[in-house]
Design a protein around this ligand. Structure first.
Ligand SMILES: Nc1ncnc2c1ncn2[C@@H]1O[C@H](COP(=O)(O)OP(=O)(O)O)[C@@H](O)[C@H]1O
Ligand code: SF4
Ligand SMILES: [Mg+2]
Length: 332
């Protein structure tokens, strides 16, 4: 949680909504958040809550069956309204993404060097020699030894952790100002996870990059992020600094998530302590989508969607019974 932090937003997402199936299925529902320069924002929630679709919508990488609306303000412009040529300059250039599945995101039939070089060709003026030198530098930066040899190898010749490093090297080739990292360590064992997260934080410091880190692991958020936004059924239900939210969750879902985080000194575990599962998109309950699983639910929760209300700058919550949630105390 160290490193540069300012309040000036570089990314300003406003009322982002993503639907599938001719607007019938809403995967991302009126989501707004900002990311400051050099800041790491954690986007947290169980599987299916809309985290990946949110990240993809920011850079318009949703399938053709999807429709994205709202505003994504980046360097004074709305990415959602940009022409394709402009968008290509931003995507993979100023804003890079690391995907959840490194193997499917890498091209299996191209050597790693070619894949890094494609990004360098698209987003820098470097000549052939410059690109080779930069590719070696990137491999060093992400901690892959013996760069000259390994650049000629194919993705399947790398271990899971090393492949994720390759993905990061490709993402960083253009010196992005913003890195969108979608569960970059979920497939990796805990030691490698820690190394990759440390690498992302080091690079954030070195390159003054901002990061949106998607994860379902509150332990990762605590170790890595400055601020966090909790998502449930496509909506943001709580935001704040990591220390504020951990000290006093105001939303019953956040409280449930925190209750599933093991205490200091024990192993990380998955989010198992909230009964039930998030609803599929065609069965989102009326009112607060969390109400069937919520021990604090009242009639109002079953009738009306609770609005996201600001408690202080950067701190917001969407829960009708936050007084009861607060009175119940932090489970951590
Ligand atoms: N291309 C798609 N078509 C229809 N539904 C989709 C598509 N992509 C994602 N979804 C649905 O959107 C919801 C959110 O998905 P996702 O953002 O991947 O969740 P998360 O990353 O939080 O696990 C899920 O219910 C998922 O099934
Ligand atoms: S609004 Fe109601 S159902 Fe939703 S989290 Fe708060 S108390 Fe629970
Ligand atoms: Mg996902």
């Amino acid at each position: 949680m160290s490193g540069p932090k300012t309040t000036e937003p570089v990314l300003d997402v406003r009322n982002l909504t993503a639907t599938f199936g001719d607007g019938e299925l809403t995967a991302v529902n009126d989501v707004s958040f900002t990311v400051g320069s050099g800041e790491v924002l954690g986007l947290v929630g169980e599987s299916g809550s809309g985290k990946s679709v949110t990240l993809r919508s920011i850079i318009r990488l949703v399938p053709a069956s999807g429709d994205v609306s709202g505003e994504v303000r980046w360097q004074g412009q709305n990415i959602l309204a940009m022409r394709d040529a402009e968008l290509r300059g931003v995507r993979g250039g100023q804003i890079s993404m690391i995907f959840q599945e490194p193997m499917s995101a890498l091209n299996p039939v191209l050597p790693v060097f070619t894949q890094i070089e494609e990004n360098l060709k698209a987003h820098t003026d470097l000549d052939g020699n410059g690109r080779r030198a930069r590719a070696r530098e990137l491999m060093d930066m992400v901690g892959i030894p013996d760069a000259a040899r390994r650049l000629k190898e194919f993705p399947h010749q790398f271990s899971g952790g090393m492949r994720q490093r390759v993905m990061i090297a490709i993402a960083l080739a253009s010196n992005p100002r913003l890195l969108l990292a979608d569960e970059p360590t979920t497939a990796l064992d805990v030691t490698i996870q820690d190394q990759i997260l440390k690498l992302i934080l080091d690079l954030r410091d070195e390159l003054s990059m901002s990061v949106v880190l998607v994860t379902h692991d509150l332990g990762v958020v605590a170790a890595t992020c400055d601020r966090m936004a909790v998502m449930y059924a496509g909506r943001i239900v709580e935001t704040g600094t990591v220390s504020e939210v951990f000290a006093q969750p105001n939303h019953a879902y956040t409280r449930g998530l925190l209750g599933s985080v093991p205490h200091a000194g024990t192993e990380r575990s998955r989010l198992l302590s909230i009964d039930g599962t998030p609803p599929p998109l065609d069965r989102i309950p009326p009112g607060c989508a969390f109400n069937p699983r919520c021990e604090f639910a009242t009639d109002a929760c079953r009738a009306t969607v609770p609005p996201l209300q600001d408690l202080s700058p950067g701190r917001s919550v969407a829960c009708f019974n936050r007084d009861s949630v607060v009175a119940a105390g932090s489970p951590v």
